[in-house]
Design a protein around this ligand. Structure first.
Ligand code: SF4
Length: 85
């Protein structure tokens, strides 16, 4: 399971309320600015929080995997370079 960290640039939030509309579970408007309740979410909450981030007109919401791991797993040493000898 991947853990994601949410960050919000509150200063540049314009208070439009889109994030709350998209993801009311984690986003609330407080004094005209967005606030999230949980800064760390798992896969089950990722989609709705991602929607909130994508809907933000000033893109002040960032969601990143906590350990920098890509959601998909796999090794990168599997190249099929068909070099002729
Ligand atoms: S969608 Fe963006 S600008 Fe609008 S309230 Fe949420 S964080 Fe602020």
């Amino acid at each position: 399971m991947t853990i994601y960290v949410i960050t919000l640039d509150t200063e540049n939030c314009i208070g439009c309320g889109q994030c709350e509309l998209e993801c009311p579970d984690n986003w609330k408007m407080v004094d005209g600015k967005a606030k999230f309740e949980k800064a760390e979410i798992d896969d089950s909450a990722y989609e709705s929080n991602k929607k909130a981030a994508d809907s933000c007109p000033v893109t002040v919401i960032k969601i990143e995997a906590k350990d920098g791991a890509a959601p998909s797993s796999g090794d990168s040493s599997d190249e099929d370079a068909g070099e002729g000898a």
